[in-house]
Write a protein that binds this ligand. Structure first.
Ligand code: ZN
Ligand code: ZN
Length: 438
């Protein structure tokens, strides 16, 4: 899949006029076209070398800081995967180190960061890297202000950008050969693979792998799975959570059914019964849904809102109609939202919860009623911090925290007697946990 510019509104939040907006790109400058230089016009289009290379093939790398949107383990796997496209076709090896010095030093940083090549906030320059045999050899910087994602085009794909920057760190310049990893412009393209030009360039510098197997065309595509969805699963490598022993990220009534969300997975209950085939990947229903959501609700028009970090998405059924957009547009200053509750028979009152505070939100104006939060104590009997909330068909609200839930009476405006109870037992028919009352 290819999209020249990953998403509409990529430059959202900047005041750059649309006419002068440049497509997202790498911050390493292109070489000027020299009449008789390596990059000269008489020369056939092909890979361009920076002039330096590493004198050893076993390289170490270290990650200093991480992007806030992604969990560190996922970033580590992605960095390793991005390096692997280069080590697969050369004798190079890459080993992560956690302390001491490393050959390749990876950092996520913002604006001015000490190398005279400042970043520029969201969009525009995404990353840059320094060539071998230069004074900052081995440094790779990513713009912390990008919306970093993995395996989807909802933001800037870390795998694509990292693999490109590692090409620089190993000694490759930008190429004018289209559809190459070393092209200066960001393109979302899965599966990630080297073009023939990228491969020839890196092998010119380092040679072929030591134990070069008989080159089979299918091997080049590996280790990339065939499509986006599978790719995301592979990147995660996470174990499917057990509904009998987990907390939940979000719960919502959607189209009259109850959906429980946890990391990439969703459980679906109809008339109180867990449906066959669940848990399933949430992305199976809502393609492009972020890997773990903070909150979800369905509004009176049937739009499904998902929240993660400082962003939200809106789906109509299974089709994404907007997002990611910043929750600050809704008048919400605090992120992430911990839970969202659609309450009332009119479905016109939405409540957002975070850390002992809540806000009331009007989905038709798309604004919170006041930016100043109210105290959680208004919800008598509900704990300060909650993970998820939803309303059932009878108008009762449910609040979840950890393995427990509280049922809230809309008439008496307080928690019902006998709560909290165990989520796993009441919704998933699990045996009551013996140490629950300990
Ligand atoms: Zn570049
Ligand atoms: Zn830098």
């Amino acid at each position: 899949m290819e999209t020249g510019v990953p998403i509409k509104g990529f430059s959202r939040g900047t005041d750059r006029p649309a006419a002068s907006w440049n497509p997202p790109r790498c911050g390493v400058p292109d070489l000027p076209t020299l009449p008789d230089g390596q990059n000269g016009r008489n020369r056939q289009k092909r890979f361009v070398l920076s002039g330096g290379r590493w004198e050893k093939t076993d390289l170490t790398y270290k990650i200093i800081r991480f992007p806030w949107q992604l969990v560190n383990t996922k970033v580590r796997r992605t960095i390793a995967e991005a390096l692997k496209v280069w080590s697969d076709v050369t004798p190079l090896t890459f080993t992560e180190v956690h302390e001491g010095r490393a050959d390749i030093v990876i950092d996520f940083t913002r604006y001015w960061h000490g190398d005279n090549l400042p970043f520029d906030g969201p969009g525009g320059i995404l990353a840059h890297a320094f060539f071998p045999k230069t004074h900052r050899e081995g440094d790779v910087h990513f713009d912390y202000d990008e919306t970093w994602t993995i395996g989807n085009n909802l933001g800037t794909d870390l795998l694509q950008v990292a693999a490109h920057e590692f090409g620089h760190v190993l000694g490759l310049q930008h190429t004018t050969v289209s559809k190459s990893l070393m092209s200066p412009f960001y393109i979302f393209r899965y599966p990630l693979s080297l073009s023939e030009d990228d491969k020839q360039g890196i092998q010119y510098l380092y040679g072929k792998p030591k134990t070069d197997p008989v080159p089979a065309p299918t091997q080049e595509a590996e280790p990339n799975p065939p499509d986006i969805e599978t790719n995301e699963i592979t990147n995660v490598g996470s174990v499917q959570p057990d509904a009998c022993d987990t907390d939940f990220d979000a719960v919502s009534t959607i189209r009259g059914e109850l959906f429980f969300f946890k990391s990439h997975y969703v459980w679906r209950l109809r008339n109180g019964k867990l449906q066959a085939g669940y848990p399933a990947l949430a992305s199976r229903h809502w393609q492009g849904i972020p890997s773990s959501i903070d909150a979800a609700f369905e509004d009176s028009l049937g739009n499904i809102w998902f929240f993660q970090g400082s962003q939200y998405w809106i789906y109509d059924g299974e089709r994404r109609v907007s997002g990611p957009a910043s929750i600050s547009e809704l008048g919400l200053s605090a992120s992430p939202v911990q839970a969202a509750l659609m309450w009332g028979t009119e479905k016109n009152k939405i409540y957002f919860f975070k850390g002992g505070s809540y806000w009331r939100f009007n989905p038709s104006t798309r604004q919170v009623e006041t930016i100043y939060p109210r105290r959680m104590a208004d919800w008598r009997g509900i704990p300060q911090e909650i993970d998820a909330a939803f309303q059932d068909e009878f108008g009762f609200a449910y609040f979840l925290r950890g393995l427990l839930y509280w049922k809230f009476d809309p008439v008496q405006v307080k928690v019902l007697e006998g709560y909290p109870r165990q989520i796993s037992h009441d919704f998933f028919s699990c045996a009551p946990s013996s140490n629950f009352f300990r």
